[in-house]
Design a binder for this molecule. Sequence first.
Ligand SMILES: *Cc1c(COP(=O)(O)O)cnc(C)c1O
Length: 398
Amino acid sequence: MSNQIQNIPIAKPWVGEAEAAASSRVILSGWLTQGPEIAAFEKDFATYVGAKHACAVSNCTTALHLALLAVGVQPGDEVITVSHSYIATANSIRYCGATPVFVDIEPQTYNINPILIEDVISDRTRAILVVHQIGMPCDLKAILAIARQHSLPVIEDAACAIGSEILWDGEWEKIGKPHGDIACFSFHPRKVITTGDGGMITTNNPDWDKQFRLWRQHGMSVPDTVRHGAKQVIFESYPMLGYNYRMTDVQAAIGREQLKRLPEIVAQRRYLAERYHQALADIPELKLPTEPTWARSNWQSYCVRLPARCDQRQVMQTMLDAGISTRRGIMCIHREPAYQQEGWSCGITEKPCQCKPSQCDRLIESEYAQDQAILLPLFYPMTEAQQDQVIRCLAVVV
Ligand SMILES: *Cc1c(COP(=O)(O)O)cnc(C)c1O
């Protein structure tokens, strides 16, 4: 069996006995949701990123929905964001009845190009939703300068960016402090730490944090924990339309264990990314990802841009035949059927816009990135032998 191909997945969470024991402890405690584990996870998370408040929710998509609601996004509004992201980024804007206005990316970092933002600000713009794509911090300093000038709130889609850092006034700070107004995280297994599913909202605004807690639990005025311990009868009320966006205590207990592993996970991911950097630097015309001097990525994904001579699908298929999973570049939301006919804008106000529904001159770098880049396997338990296998295979096929 020594010749058998060892299959290498694109990602693999690091979970084990500690998470299993934590889940078991919660189940046996008899308190399974909105209980002490949620409160403890929120506290641990806020401490880790340096935020005043952290509110646990069911996933990052619901986190983004609540963040947009908190800053006042309403039907008919516009929210500036990127098309080059997971579809949930733009979906959350549409849940509010608002329109995502897509801005192109910088080809080196795959993040929003701050220079293009001002051009699409209109009197309907209500917020800017930026993404730290695949863990790489976006240029928050430049983005915030523009946002503040126009009195627009900034929400950070930090779904992939737990453990990433940004240089802020001479200090390395965690993404999620937050540097914008609100940051939203995901704990899906494809991200750097996981609770199965789950999300977190961080902010330094106590009113918004209170609001998140009401919204996530049906708009209920008195949480379970308060009624449970009360010596007097309490009747709750529902002062607003709420949602069920709760995280369970089982998930929160897993999350607390994952947070303990996080520094080691990030260190290892950075080590493996550096190893890719060294090993792939010599492949002609292969473009490696760049980390700005003010950013430290958690390398949630390692994205390389293929030489023009390569066919993306062919490269991916050859690698898959060799037992190596890859993914193509991050999607372009404006090209998906759910967005083709309506629901987005590239900021052109003159009608008619000359762009075809799924192809937009103004989003050309986003489209190139989707078509020319591939994501390579990178995960905490990846061995150097596995990584060498990926490197050798890529060197042969491109
Ligand atoms: C994964 C992801 C989301 C969605 O996160 P869920 O927890 O699955 O809802 C949103 N935005 C980005 C950029 C993501 O990568």
